[in-house]
Design a protein around this ligand. Structure first.
Ligand code: NAD
Length: 445
């Protein structure tokens, strides 16, 4: 399952050989470890927008070494581009070229981040054009980066400043090692809802979280990450996975609930378990999912219907039960997939279910917001799990190499980190959105 090529070309003799032969050498990504600095070096803040001085203040408040001009030859941990005032295409030239001039100085694991406004809220075609153009420019810039560095953006909706809790939290998440496999993505901050955690190391302290499909793979990684971040975790999986589920529950000192989520009363059973064993239910992660791949031309009803039933219909039904149960502040994160965005040969059923998740979260956002909560999705690309281990080895190796800047699949932990962020109260201003965790590739499960 592990990416042996990545391990090989980063150590000893094979590393030198790969270098001499000019073979692609994917970097070991900078992942979050408690106590590590937020970024690996000084931060260059570019642009004179209305939000630039607030951004500078915020970053200095985090103890970062903030520069308004790069010193000659100095290596950089991050470049932040303030583009929130860009109103005409000409406004992009100066800041983008300044970022370009500094790119070669970005340290391995460095970050480029833009702040912009949504194209949909622009008042003229010209300002919509420049706002949408920023997405293309930042994504392209991301594809030039090497050494595990990434480029992403925060999109601030009308009236919001960088001091909105979710804008600050998104900035921190995207700078940190928690976003190692998030590349070429834009986090939209829709409102000033949200509160920053008292303890940044335990952002989920006091929360009760349910993770479905947690006996293995991404679900088990989510359970571990939410536990690490302070939550009490209930792990859910089918009875057949009971032994593995009990092990995960023990590891995270939580409780196990053996339950097939396609049962009509699954939502009620989950609420009852969380309330009776732990006193509340604050977070639900809809992770359980299956694939039954077949070309549509050869598809049978059993394959089609089972994928839709597990991956989508069960979530719609459980969400109705959660709304009916009146769970104040409930935050939900659902697993979509890049297949649901770009499509994937042989996965029409799966892509229908995962595209369906993206539609479901967008349409459910207001209902959960009315109860003080929210719902978002994470769309993983190619993640190294049992699910992707079933892809033939040659296809898997080529798929990893096709990921232009990172050249590797992600780890379950990378998906779990994004979910941990979206499940936190600090992300309450982000609602109905889908965040891709895909290393800027659309190949995935
Ligand atoms: P996995 O197959 O390793 O694990 C899925 C878990 O869900 C299993 O433990 C399984 O028993 C459980 N499950 C299945 N049906 C269930 C049901 N009816 N009730 C309760 N539990 C059930 O999968 P994974 O790779 O860890 O993927 C987790 C999620 O991430 C899925 O929703 C998947 O579609 C999504 N995803 C994965 C990838 C990837 O690259 N691995 C990419 C995109 C999206």
């Amino acid at each position: 399952m592990a990416d042996k090529y990545l391990e090989l070309v980063n150590h000893g003799g094979p590393k030198k050989l790969a270098k001499a032969l000019g073979l692609p050498r994917p970097a070991i990504l900078r992942r979050y470890t408690s106590g590590d600095p937020l970024i690996p070096g000084p931060l260059l803040l570019l642009g004179d927008s209305a939000q630039a001085s607030a951004a500078s203040e915020l970053l200095l408040g985090w103890g970062l070494d903030v520069r308004r001009h790069a010193l000659a030859g100095e290596k950089l941990g991050a470049i932040v581009l303030m583009l929130d005032d860009a109103a005409t295409p000409a406004d992009l030239s100066e800041p983008m070229l300044a970022a370009g001039a500094a790119l070669r100085r970005l340290l391995p694991g460095g970050r480029v981040l833009s702040f912009s406004r949504p194209a949909a809220e622009a008042d003229t075609p010209g300002s919509a054009a420049v706002r949408q153009g920023i997405d293309g420019a930042v994504r392209s810039l991301g594809r030039e980066l090497r050494g595990g560095a990434t480029a992403n953006g925060v999109v601030l909706h009308a009236g919001l400043g960088i001091d909105a809790p979710s804008a600050a939290a998104a900035l921190r998440f995207l700078l940190s090692g928690r976003s190692a496999y998030v590349d070429g993505q834009f986090l939209h901050v829709d409102s000033d809802a949200g509160v920053l955690p008292v303890d940044g190391e335990k952002p989920l302290a006091g929360k009760v979280a349910v993770v479905t499909g947690a006996a293995r793979g991404i679900g088990a990684a989510i359970a571990r990450t939410l536990h690490r971040d302070g939550a009490t975790v209930v792990v859910v999986d089918v009875p057949a996975a009971g032994d593995a589920l009990a092990k995960v529950a023990n590891e995270v000192r939580g409780t196990a609930l053996q339950l097939d989520i396609t049962r009509p009363d699954a939502g009620r059973v989950i609420v009852e378990h969380a309330r009776s064993r732990h006193g509340s239910l604050d977070i639900v992660i809809h992770n359980a999912g299956i694939t039954r791949d077949k070309l549509l031309a050869n598809m049978d009803a059993a394959r089609w219907d089972s994928v839709i039933a597990v991956n989508l219909e069960s979530q719609l039904r459980m969400n109705d039960a959660f709304l009916a149960a009146g769970l104040p502040g409930l935050r939900i994160v659902s697993l979509a997939s890049t297949s649901g965005i770009a499509g994937n040969r042989g996965q029409a059923n799966y892509a229908a279910s995962k595209g369906g998740v993206i539609g479901m979260v967008a349409a459910s956002a207001q209902a959960f917001a009315r109860a003080g909560g929210g719902i978002n999705a994470v769309a993983p690309g190619f993640i190294e799990t049992d699910m992707t281990a079933r892809i033939p080895l040659a296809t898997r190796t080529v798929a990893r190499m096709l990921m232009p800047s990172l050249m590797q699949g992600g780890l379950p932990l990378d998906v779990a980190e994004a979910i941990g962020f979206l499940a936190s109260d600090a992300a309450a201003g982000i609602n109905g959105r889908t965040l891709r965790v895909c290393g800027q590739s659309l190949v995935g499960a």
